[in-house]
Design a protein around this ligand. Structure first.
Ligand code: ADE
Ligand code: ZN
Ligand code: ZN
Length: 299
């Protein structure tokens, strides 16, 4: 056996890169989206969190928002792994549900926007028919909806099929070798934490919360609104994501590029805004679900 220690270290490194390459907003991104959402929950939503999450969680949704990433490689959950993203055909900077929302075997509705519609419907039907027997696991539905609402706001989760949302675009982030997808899931947030927030995620979340009540306060009602009074409108969020992917994520980030200060400083505001929008939209969606009156009592 001629495998040297160097070789083993190299293999271990490649394996971790592969594993990382396939993740979504990292843990920090999902935690941030769900923490921001919690601040906008109405009373009925707070009560629903206490009902649906394990008692030890004390209603803290954010602690569960990365769960779908933790389980997606287990064989019994592998069917969920295509639900974290949606791809557009090569170089198409627009998104269309019927054209794009399918898995690699063209089964329709199998993508992140289809999953958001599905889990929203499951939670709606359960909260409207509290007397009837519900066949779905509502705790799972809540965790999937909360996670996928974060994912659909990561621009490269609506990316080109040819490069798997930037996963096959190898770049350097400062002096570290990685891929473009991982830069948007993790590295921009990680660099922001060390550069501006003393490595404190709670501090970064506080700053985003302050921006929501000051700088972005006029935009929040627009972010909350959903066309045709729907409960959730993931199609709009995916359209925004591919537009941002084309204008900011893919731009000046061809294979082999070194991304540094210019890229970091110009893209961080996009990442911050997407985390905040994800949080606001998760909160309004859950508020619509859990404050929904039974159909009989609605005008
Ligand atoms: N795999 C294929 N496309 C992907 C995407 N857009 N995001 C994450 N993983 C993917
Ligand atoms: Zn995900
Ligand atoms: Zn990702």
């Amino acid at each position: 056996m001629g495998l040297s220690v160097r070789m083993l270290v190299a293999i271990a490194f490649v394996l971790t890169q592969l594993v990382h390459g396939a993740l979504c907003w990292g843990k920090d991104g999902h935690y941030t989206v769900c923490k921001i959402a919690e601040g906008y929950f109405e009373e009925e939503t707070v009560a629903a969190m206490k009902r649906l999450l394990p008692e030890s969680a004390d209603g803290d949704l954010a602690a569960f928002c990365s769960w779908p990433d933790e389980i997606k490689r287990l064989s019994q959950w592998q069917w969920t792994s295509v639900l974290h993203y949606v791809n557009t055909p090569e170089y198409r900077c627009n998104y269309e549900y019927c054209r794009d929302c399918h898995d690699s075997h063209k089964h329709k509705d199998w993508c992140v926007t289809g999953a958001i519609f599905n889990y929203t419907n499951q939670l709606m039907s359960a909260s409207e028919n509290s007397q009837s027997i519900v066949h779905y696991n509502m705790t799972e539905a809540l965790m999937f909806l909360s996670h996928y609402m974060g994912d659909v706001h990561q621009p490269l989760h609506t990316g080109f099929l040819g490069d798997l949302g930037g996963n096959t675009i190898i770049v350097r982030w400062y002096n570290r070798k990685t891929n473009l997808h991982h830069v948007w899931d993790n590295m921009i947030i990680e660099s922001a934490l060390t550069t501006y927030y003393n490595s404190s995620l709670p501090l970064m979340i506080q700053v985003l919360q302050a921006k929501l009540t000051n700088g972005w306060s006029n935009d929040v009602p627009l972010w909350e609104s959903c066309q045709l009074n729907q409960t959730a409108c993931p199609n709009e969020y995916a359209s925004e994501s591919i537009d941002l992917a084309c204008k900011y994520a893919y731009r000046n980030a061809t294979p082999g590029t070194t991304l540094g200060d210019d890229y970091f400083l110009s893209r961080l505001p996009i990442v911050e805004k997407r985390l905040a929008q994800g949080g606001i939209r998760l909160a309004t969606t859950l508020n619509r679900i859990f404050s929904a009156k039974p159909k009989l009592f609605r005008l």
